[in-house]
Write a protein that binds this ligand. Structure first.
Ligand code: NIG
Ligand code: FE
Length: 412
């Protein structure tokens, strides 16, 4: 953990779903087990075949050959499918109201994406009741869970007033412990041209009310959002408030966001669609994860991040959905894996690793993203023989079962 690592989050309620809690769970008849642990298997994914795994009291207690598996209270038959760690989606914005399908449709007909589109979701979100916002957040968290996502980060940023940012984070805390304060998403319309005033609000009264509800502080450092100095002021205030740091960086063009993230010791620089050599070198030499969001590039018809250059330089890469109504309305990490393989030229194994262990690194979590002994018992069972099928069979819902903290999740 780095000097700037975030405090341990306070446990908050899980999203509503049925789950079967048992003291011990045996998952057997696993065709391919992805552990992400080199000591437990082969290659980058620590893969083993004809395997079994036991979860006790919510954590992985045994991994080995099926033939020597111990007994347990409950058995889950993987039917020779692949079992992999639950996806860690380290970047979403699921507390919002409204729909921007029209904007998407216009983009697909040639319109450009602009950061200003955020204003329309801000207006809908401010006008929505807590119940409406909560219902959307829970629906999307549940959709993600059934798609195999067992850890999910989400942020504020569609309120942009003290009251609205605070209520968004309260609602976010009802679905996940990984909450991020993104008051500095854009300057709201009512303060147009008064960025200094808005930054003072964000770093002052807004942070005082929102900080206790968040684990992380984020800023959109981009042309049309916040420049280097304003972004640094937001991150410094977030750090003083005890929050870990993340940055929306280099999404729409080249700029200072990535280097600022590295300089501030941020856990993650997200988007990274436009990187020059010095950005790649800075990420590779740092503990800042490059979180790539191919769903956003897909939905905005933007150039793709150069994942190969980052990986080859030695940077840690994570994949996430960026689920939001403007630029990436998907909760599907399987779709993100498939996009990364096709568009980023990542191997299927690199993409699966980035969507699990990579996401955990981006959240500085050492209890999720792998199926080593003592890790949280979070996994997905695929109706397919290998993890590579996630990219090989794009658009097909391969997730047959999900286990979170040793509990079988059901009730879709
Ligand atoms: O990650 N880049 C900034 N925020 C979101 C987009 C938000 C929106 O357009 O509503 C993103 O792409
Ligand atoms: Fe985002």
């Amino acid at each position: 953990m780095s000097e700037h690592s975030a405090p341990t989050p306070t446990p908050t309620p899980a999203p509503a779903q049925q789950s079967t809690r048992v003291r011990s769970l045996l998952v057997d008849r696993i065709g391919e087990l992805v552990t992400n642990r080199p000591e437990l298997g082969d290659g980058l994914l620590g893969t083993r075949h004809r395997a079994a795994l036991v979860i006790e009291d919510g954590v992985v207690a045994w991994v080995g050959d099926e033939a020597s598996a111990p007994g347990a209270d409950v058995r889950l038959d993987a039917e020779q499918g692949c079992v992999l760690p639950g996806f860690v989606d380290s970047h979403t914005h699921i507390v919002f109201a409204g729909d921007r399908c029209e904007e998407f449709t216009d983009r697909m007909a040639g319109e450009a994406y602009r950061a200003g589109g955020i204003a329309s979701t801000v207006a809908s979100t401010r006008a929505a009741s807590d119940e409406e916002l909560e219902a959307t957040a829970r629906r999307l968290a549940r959709e993600a869970l059934f798609g195999g996502t067992t850890t999910l980060e989400t942020k504020s940023g569609y309120g942009l007033t003290v009251r609205d940012e605070e209520r968004i984070l309260r609602i976010a805390r009802g679905v996940t412990e990984e909450t991020t304060f993104l008051g500095a998403h854009v300057v709201p319309a009512e303060l147009a041209g008064r960025e200094e005033e808005y930054v003072a609000l964000v770093t002052g009264p807004m942070l005082s009310r929102c900080g206790p509800l968040a684990r992380w502080c984020d800023v959109f450092c981009e042309e049309g959002a916040f420049g280097r100095d304003a972004a640094r002021a937001v991150l410094e205030a977030g750090r003083r408030a005890g929050l870990g740091l993340r940055v929306h960086a280099n999404q729409l063009g080249y700029g200072p966001g990535v280097k600022l993230a590295v300089e501030m010791g941020a856990a993650s620089a997200d988007h990274c669609s436009f990187l020059d050599d010095s950005d790649v070198a800075a990420l590779a030499a740092s503990g800042t994860v490059a979180t790539l969001l191919p769903g956003a590039e897909f939905s905005t018809r933007s150039p793709c991040a150069d994942a190969r250059r980052l990986i080859d330089a030695g940077a840690t890469v994570a994949l996430a959905t960026d689920c939001n109504p403007g630029t990436s309305y998907t909760t599907s990490m399987a779709f993100v894996v498939a996009l990364a393989v096709r568009e980023y030229k990542m191997t299927p194994h690199e993409a699966v690793y980035a969507a699990t262990a990579g996401g955990a690194a981006a959240l500085r979590r050492d209890d999720v993203g792998a199926l080593g002994l003592g890790m949280r018992g979070d996994l997905a069972v695929l109706g397919a023989p290998s993890a590579a099928h996630l990219a090989y069979r794009p658009g097909v819902d391969l997730v047959r079962a999900v286990v979170r903290e040793g509990a079988i999740v059901s009730g879709r």
